[in-house]
Write a protein that binds this ligand. Sequence first.
Ligand code: GAL
Ligand code: ZN
Length: 667
Amino acid sequence: MSTQSPSRKVLHIGAAYYPEHWKSEQWLNDIRLMQELGISVVRMGEFAWSSLEPSAGNFQFEWLDHAISLLALHNIRTVLGTPTAAPPAWLVSEHPEILATNEEGKKVQFGNRCHYCVNSSAFHEATARLVKAMAEHFGSNPNVIGWQIDNEFNRICYCEHCHSLFQEYLKDRYKTFDELNRRWTTAYWSQTYSDWKQIPIPIGPHNPGLMLEWKRFVTQSYRKFQKLQIDLLKPHLNEQVWVTHNFMGWFDGLDHYEMAADLDMVSWDWYIGMGHNEPVFSSATHDLTRGFKKKNFWVMETQPNTVNWAKINNPLYKGEARTMAWQAIGKGADAVLYWQWRSALNGQEQFHGTLIDQSGQPRPFFEEVKQIASEFRQLSSLFENTQVESRVAVMNDYESRWSISWQKHHRDFDYVAHLMAYYRPFCQLNIPVDIISPDQSLEGYKIVLAPSLTIVDEKRVAHLKAFVENGGHLVLGSRTAVKNRDNAFHPLRPPAFLTPLTGAEVEDFYAINEDVPVIGNWFTGKARIWAERIRIIDHDFTLPVATYGSSNGWLDGQVAITVHNHQAGIVYYVGAYLDETAMFAFLKRVASSAGVNGMFEAPVGVHVYRRVRTYDRKEVFVIVNHTQAEQLVKLDNNTYDDHISGKRIAGQIRLSPYGVAVLTKTI
Ligand code: GAL
Ligand code: ZN
């Protein structure tokens, strides 16, 4: 085993590697190519259960030891995955109850990953046996720099065991039927329960209180399963060795803030599928992921040019992957790993993009990664101890998202699209944004946007109130504070207990299928999809910012947006789902009146990202031209060093198509 100390590299580039697919004689060829490419890390093991434990308790770790040390000899570090997403055939045949049950009550088929029941005791036991053995064996290996638990948690199990655990969970939370029946208004459609065993797992639409609890239960089940593994690993790991899970961006099967709480670091798998990178949406997804812990993260997987599962598995444009890699770094990623290194000869993913083809030779895409790897290596130290800093936060809440998605009221009211409508203008203005849970600290933020925080309890009211009292500018969007933690209506007009903050209430809400004109003090535009009719209550301090033009009669001349000036802070209530141009004008004004300005002047499609060194506040700017045209960015009065071109720049910077610049102020 190599005695080298763990890499102190900040920016890692790597790939998912599956040595178990190949005879060990071929590994050296792979690893030499990795070295030629400039890879600094591989992730291994995350589906290798049948190779690591071919029968119960029969651990075969030598091959992985060998791979880890061969890689280390070539200066490549390892991230180890626990292989629980791929329970092997022998285990499933010994314990058929491990297989998950789908919504129709059928056992899912073995062999397509995540086929387990997350609550199965036999599965927990088998997991514990293997993870403990792996922790004892690999935990102190200096070349293993981090661990990934499982892979992309996503399966929902509807088996009898999960069902009875769910009923126990409800009993524990509500204690009495009276309490549950009252909070869920079960008299509605005669849902009144008199035995915990009567309560179903909701399939499709059901009582909103029941549906929300089921989601909480699923999150709790995964959190426990993840924690089981973390607790077995941690005692065997050195302090600097981290534990992560690879999440899937906006996937909403679980509450990611809950899941992230037990991890040292989060990571995510960034796939484009068909088409091309949408830089604004991808920026938001990075901001979302960083916000799970408000810490730097890893891109644990991304596509080496193509995937195999989209309708059309088109390649990225040449040069596009490089802009994506730098976008990730600019947004706070410390690593980018391609999935996967080499095309396996068989298995479900033969046609997926790889760096090395089935013949063992580099594909043309290899060259692009080589360039990225060399840039990462050269610029790595610049990013040491740096992180993204934002004065703007967008609140994202899984419970509100679920609640709205179950009762959209307008087929086009998509929670994420609505959140993006608030996010986009800030991105276009190159103002850094954090996407965070409504329960995270708001310290350091000047502007907080809550696009549709529909579930609001007393704690959240107090949290938002304190923010405004401290001088914060709060923007509340449509559907705010309609419901409580039981997914029940507040017995008040929205925004319920937030009304003292807004100085206005929502008299009624309308799903609209014809655009409604909106006439603002600073803009005119349209409301689409959704429009709320607002009544100002506190006339002394609340003013209309926009009113509706003539449309369906109910909205004609009514208030669409308000502003309430508090002693220190400001609260906007936005009842209209504004079109893109109007939203831009509105939020640009919100930002400038809060004194929050963008970095540099960049044309559409050029993003400016910024990381700040924690101990001396030195700034590193990553400027990415996400377009295929040459672009010009106006700088401020400082002189900058571009670490990619090696040039000193003042006034402006010219970026070639898909060009990237990494700037620091000249000292
Ligand atoms: C991911 C998964 C990888 C691989 C990849 C293909 O979701 O984590 O193991 O299957 O998709 O795009
Ligand atoms: Zn189950």
